[in-house]
Design a protein around this ligand. Structure first.
Ligand SMILES: Nc1ncnc2c1ncn2[C@@H]1O[C@H](COP(=O)(O)OP(=O)(O)OP(=O)(O)O)[C@@H](O)[C@H]1O
Length: 356
């Protein structure tokens, strides 16, 4: 199974080979010219040791140069910053004992050179018109944008549904907060939805990286769909962190350690995010009011926090009179009235949505 390190390195190379980059442009020209290539991404002592013949060049990398030099028999070596072509027409002689499942000589060589040097090696197959990346004994096909986009669009549709569900659960939480009927289950449900979105967001970011210039629209859509989730996460943690728990011990981010099936189990979600073993899903909770206060966009965040800290709970805050609010530093008569009216509006909204 690929390690997290392998995945991170793979992402970096996918970005390097993404549409719009000079290397990708050169590789696409080779594909369209129906020739092949073997390109070692880096020039180290280990590469030198495996290299025989060919031409030492050390010239500026350009897509055209890559295309022209790949017409020669043998492989190409790029500098470690990928800015220069160090050699071309090189015949590589890697250790034949290194295992590989590849069949053709170009691809067997690429796999072995990658394993022996620890570098990435790219091939273009002349017979199959496929670009492959060899890394740590694994072969990854570099897909065309259309293929990636079709999967990315499916993931985007799922993310859209996740967002709708998150909005729904968060609205439901607001309604329960107004009625003072929140349970651990309701908070865990919002946290679960946030984590599901985060996981899909990571997958989508990999598509965006692999798509390069073709992924710009996707990136904008992704940004739009994940907007506000960080603030919601912070507010949820501030609102429901048990009094005796340290801030770092109550975190939605802790859910990243859960496997997919455990994430579907709300009891696991509640425990993992930091509710202690004695609470169960039906345990009643009272929010402090950070999330509701953050919805009053005209109240500066610092003042909002002070107000919430002063009253200690959303229910007390809902009951506060204008005069009570004015006891908080930074809250004059006008702002106090604004807060009261704002909170009343939020509560009314909940009631009208219930009817609707
Ligand atoms: N050891 C090597 N070092 C550098 N280049 C090599 C090496 N072995 C093969 N090649 C390159 O691969 C070409 C032949 O590839 P071959 O058809 O045998 O492999 P393949 O893996 O089936 O690739 P393709 O799918 O492109 O046909 C050679 O002409 C040469 O340019």
């Amino acid at each position: 199974m690929p390690t997290a390190d392998h995945n991170a390195t793979l992402r970096r190379y996918q970005a390097l080979l993404a549409p719009g980059t000079p290397i990708r442009e050169g590789l696409e020209r080779i594909v369209h010219g129906r020739t092949g290539a073997l390109v070692v991404l880096g020039s180290t002592k280990k590469v030198e040791k495996l290299s025989t013949g060919g031409f030492a060049l050390d010239v500026q990398f350009t897509p055209t140069a890559l295309r022209e030099l790949s017409k020669m028999d043998g492989g190409i070596v790029l500098s470690s910053d990928f800015e220069r072509i160090i050699a071309a027409g090189v015949h590589f002689v890697p250790d034949g004992d290194i295992g590989t499942v590849e069949t053709g000589t170009r691809h067997r060589t690429a796999d072995r050179v990658a394993q022996q040097t620890g570098l990435a090696v790219v091939t273009v197959s002349a017979s199959m018109s496929v670009i492959s990346l060899f890394l740590d004994g694994q072969r990854h096909t570099i897909e065309w944008s259309e293929q990636i986009l079709s999967r990315a669009n499916q993931a985007l549709a799922t993310l859209q549904r996740y967002r709708e569900r998150l909005v729904e659960t968060s609205r439901n939480l607001s309604m329960l907060e107004v009625h003072d009927q929140v349970t651990v289950r309701d908070v865990a449900l919002v946290a679960q939805r946030l984590e599901m979105m985060r996981r899909l967001d990571i997958e989508m970011r990999a598509y965006v990286a692999a798509l390069g210039v073709d992924g710009r629209l996707l990136e904008l859509q992704l940004h739009e769909l994940t907007l506000g989730t960080d603030n919601l996460t912070t507010a949820l943690e501030l609102d429901y962190r048990p009094d005796e728990t340290d801030q770092l011990e109550f975190r939605v981010a802790a859910l990243s350690s859960l496997g997919n099936s455990d994430l579907l189990d709300l009891t696991s979600v509640a425990r993992t995010m930091g509710f202690d073993g004695s609470t169960h899903l039906e345990t009643r909770l009272s929010p402090r009011g950070y999330r509701q206060m953050a919805q009053l966009t005209r109240v500066p965040p610092g003042v909002g926090r002070r107000i919430v800290e002063h009253f200690g709970s959303l229910q007390t805050l809902f009951g506060a009179r204008t005069a009570d609010l004015q006891e908080v530093e930074g809250v004059g008569e006008t702002r106090a009235r604004m807060v009261r009216e704002g909170l009343a509006r939020l509560a009314e909204q909940v009631y009208s949505e219930q009817l609707g």
